[in-house]
Design a protein around this ligand. Structure first.
Ligand code: BGC
Length: 758
């Protein structure tokens, strides 16, 4: 009986297994869905499953990225599964390329599409240096999320942003793309931007994955010359350049990162085990992928650290570069730098056993992880119906005006020349940028369109009373050098009650490959400003530029100066709002303005030195021909109202090295306009085992006050923020006295106190 029983149950078991296998594997419809195609499975399981199915060629395919246009060569490579990503392909072209990957390849792995969405997609916001002047991370996060939503609606999955390189040298054109010179402010902005792009959930169709760049210290290019050598100590690297990246990667969980063009300590960043393997992966536990900068693997040859292309691929892979941004050259004969380093060489390296398939797997795993996290396997194509209602929507335009206003910095306003009355009888709006559209989009304008830009002239015309006469003359061609047109501008200025002269740089004078050796107003613009000033008509200088300019003459003579950077498509309205008092400016400089280029690099958080600068002492650290002080310091920015600071309270005067203090103070609006003040907290570590800066920003708060209103501003300072890298490069909080400074700028300190760390 026992035997019979087991025999019949054995038969049943066999029959059930047969049907199970039959239905799961054979019958159509009840198909055996591979794990990697099942969105319900955890990402790691899906990655593992997919990786297990891939051939070496398919794996290497994932590691190559090409740029638009989608040539027939790229199309063929994509169909063969030899491309993992494209940059600069949007809209229908994206869907076309995606179809080649999803429908023609064996495993249907979707491509990931990247673009430099740096300060807006079609709705262009101020350049990042401008946005940083708002000191408003919440607002920055909001506009960045709008940029992400617009870009995502047009097929973009991935932005090469934020650019979070600290820049202390304003000759470097890419200073425009970051948050300036300060580590704390840049870290706050880095986190806000990554959160804005990535949102809560990368599978959300309105979010895109961020790629903080350029890892690392690209802004330290010697002489401010783009792509130049960087030579900094590990201390400066850790204390100054790395924290914004840590904020982006560790605090905000950025999914990818881009390696820089430059070298660090003699080793190019695109083959640097110290920064990528040790810091990024080991110390910070980063599990996303690293993309090279445009052809920076090939450029290892020009750095002179390898002899042959195959060695460049070897070095980059061994040192943690997962994807090769090859750019768009497939043929050596058309370019100076060999490209396609991974496409051409990885296969060979594995076959020769110089690279193991495991190492390839590690890189591919990281790339696939992000593709799964983005939900690309479920949603590879863009929905062509979405973009229309999202791009340039009413709320996006409103956000563009809001951030543009907040990015404006009032540098000078003698005798309250500003704001103007809207009923002014006549106004002259002159200068090469007064009615310029293109430059206001800045150097990285994604899919921005100049025809969307509101110029200053238009903004002013739409603001003033109908009876106000608005005269305009260019006065100077931004790219020319002739002074002929200055007379024309002088003529219109003479007719007017007030003059606005709009000068600065064109968009292509900053950004990538746009370093300058002079920081003055380019061309004959200074002469134009002087000529307008000499008419005796009250004049306001409106600056547009991607970097601090040395405008010493103007700072001395012109009564009012307004820094507007490149404010994006709503620039004209935002500037007119400020000029006519509909908006009271609150921006503060995220970067120091030098008096002359000879002072550069100049930054507020310098060390004291053994011979601190002292005008009365020749043998101190200074120049004999120019003051050592800046023209406008970091954190500077005026308002149409006045703020009075009082009553600094620090809840404890001694704390443990794990503790924190609560700081409070009162700020009162003593003027006649409602306004926002940005209260800045600086700290000086008085005595420490290694030298530290004279002061460092450690916190700030925006406080909005009506005339006569007073509010208590509260800030928290943790002991951990007071740490330094000691002589062994360990981050430690040392005991001692710390001076607490509360200021309107890094130089205008209003209140002081101190605490002791035990
Ligand atoms: C720049 C990167 C940019 C990339 C792709 C490079 O030249 O350095 O910042 O993301 O091009 O456009």
């Amino acid at each position: 009986m026992g035997y019979n029983m087991s025999k019949s149950s054995g038969v049943r078991l066999f029959i059930s297994l047969f049907f199970l296998v039959f239905f799961v594997n054979v019958l159509p419809g009840a198909e055996n869905k591979p794990i990697y195609k099942d969105p319900k499975r955890p990402v790691e399981e899906r990655v593992l499953d997919l990786l297990g199915r891939m051939t070496l060629e398919e794996k290497i395919g994932q590691m190559n990225q090409y740029s638009a246009p989608l040539t027939s060569e790229y199309a063929e490579l994509t169909k063969k599964g030899r491309v993992g990503s494209f940059l600069n392909l949007v809209g229908e072209e994206k869907n076309r390329a995606q179809r080649f990957a999803v429908e023609y390849t064996r495993l249907g792995i979707p491509l990931i599409f990247g673009l430099d969405v740096v300060h807006g997609y079609v709705t262009i916001f101020p350049i990042p240096l401008g946005m940083a002047s708002s000191w408003d991370p919440e607002l920055v996060k909001k506009v960045v999320s709008i940029a992400a939503k617009e870009a995502a609606s047009d097929g973009i999955d991935w932005t090469f942003a934020p650019m979070i390189d600290i820049a202390r040298d304003s000759r470097w054109g890419r200073i425009a793309e970051g948050a300036g010179e300060d580590t704390y402010l840049s870290s706050v902005m880095a986190k806000a931007q990554v959160e804005g792009y990535q949102g809560e959930d990368l599978t959300d169709p309105n979010t895109i994955v961020a790629c903080p760049k350029h890892f690392v210290a690209y802004g330290g290019a010697i002489g401010g010359r783009d792509y130049n050598t960087v030579d900094i100590s590990e201390r400066t690297l850790r204390a100054v350049y790395l924290p914004p990246f840590k904020a982006a990667i560790v605090d905000a969980n950025a999914g990818t990162i881009m390696s820089a063009f430059n070298e660090i300590n003699g080793i190019p960043a695109t083959a640097n085990p110290f920064i990528i393997k040790k810091i990024l992966r080991e110390e910070w536990g980063f599990d996303g992928f690293v993309v090279s900068d445009w052809n920076s693997i090939g450029e290892l040859l020009w750095h002179g650290v390898v002899e042959k292309p195959v060695e460049a691929a070897y070095k980059a892979l061994k040192n943690g570069i997962d994807m090769d941004m090859s750019g768009n050259r497939l043929d050596d004969s058309t370019s100076g730098t060999p490209d396609n380093m991974y496409q051409r060489n990885l296969d060979k390296l594995v076959k020769e056993k110089l690279v193991s398939e495991r190492e390839i797997d590690d890189a591919v795993r990281r790339i696939l992880r992000i593709k799964f996290k983005l939900g690309l396997f479920e949603r590879p194509y863009m929905d062509t119906s979405r973009a229309r209602s999202i791009i340039k929507s009413k709320e996006n335009i409103e956000a563009a005006v809001e951030i543009a206003r907040k990015s404006i910095v009032l540098l000078k306003n003698d005798k309250n020349l500003l704001p103007f009355s809207k009923k002014v009888k006549s106004i002259a709006v002159v200068g090469p940028l007064a009615n310029n559209r293109r430059s206001l989009l800045g150097p990285w304008s994604a899919r921005g369109d100049s025809s969307d830009v509101v110029t200053v002239l238009e903004g002013i015309k739409s603001k003033v009373a109908p009876e106000t006469e608005v005269y305009h003359a260019k006065g100077y061609d931004i790219l020319g050098s002739s002074t002929e047109k200055i007379d024309e501008a002088v003529k219109v200025a003479k007719k007017a009650d007030v003059a606005v002269v709009v000068v600065g740089e064109s968009h292509d004078m900053s950004g990538e490959a746009a370093s300058r050796a002079y920081l003055d107003l380019p061309g004959v613009q200074q002469e134009l400003v002087k000529a307008i000033y000499e008419t005796g008509v009250p004049v306001v200088e409106v600056l547009m530029n991607g970097r601090p300019l040395s405008i010493s003459w103007s700072a001395e003579n012109v009564p009012a100066i307004v820094e507007t950077w490149f404010l994006g498509i709503q620039a004209g309205h935002a500037i007119a709002d400020v000029l006519f008092g509909d908006y009271n400016p609150s921006g503060k400089l995220p970067v120091t303005f030098p008096r002359t280029v000879g002072q550069v690099p100049i930054y507020y958080n310098h060390k004291n030195t053994g011979r601190p600068a002292n005008t009365d002492n020749k043998w101190s650290s200074k120049y004999i021909d120019v003051p050592f002080t800046p023209l406008f310091p970091f954190g500077h920015g005026l308002s149409y109202t006045e703020f009075e600071y009082s009553n600094l309270k620090i809840d404890k005067n001694k704390i443990k090295n794990t503790g924190e203090v609560k700081i409070s103070l009162n700020v009162k609006n003593t003027g006649n306009y409602e306004g926002t003040e940005i209260v800045q907290l600086y700290v000086n570590d008085v005595v420490s085992s290694v030298t530290t800066p004279v002061k460092e920003l450690k916190g700030f708060k925006l406080v909005k006050l009506k005339p006569g209103e007073k509010k208590t501003v509260k800030l928290t300072l943790t002991a951990d923020q007071l740490g330094i890298y000691d002589e062994n490069m360990e981050y430690v909080v040392e005991p001692g006295i710390f001076e607490i400074m509360i200021g309107k700028s890094s130089e205008d300190i209003q209140l002081k106190g101190e605490i002791e760390v035990l």
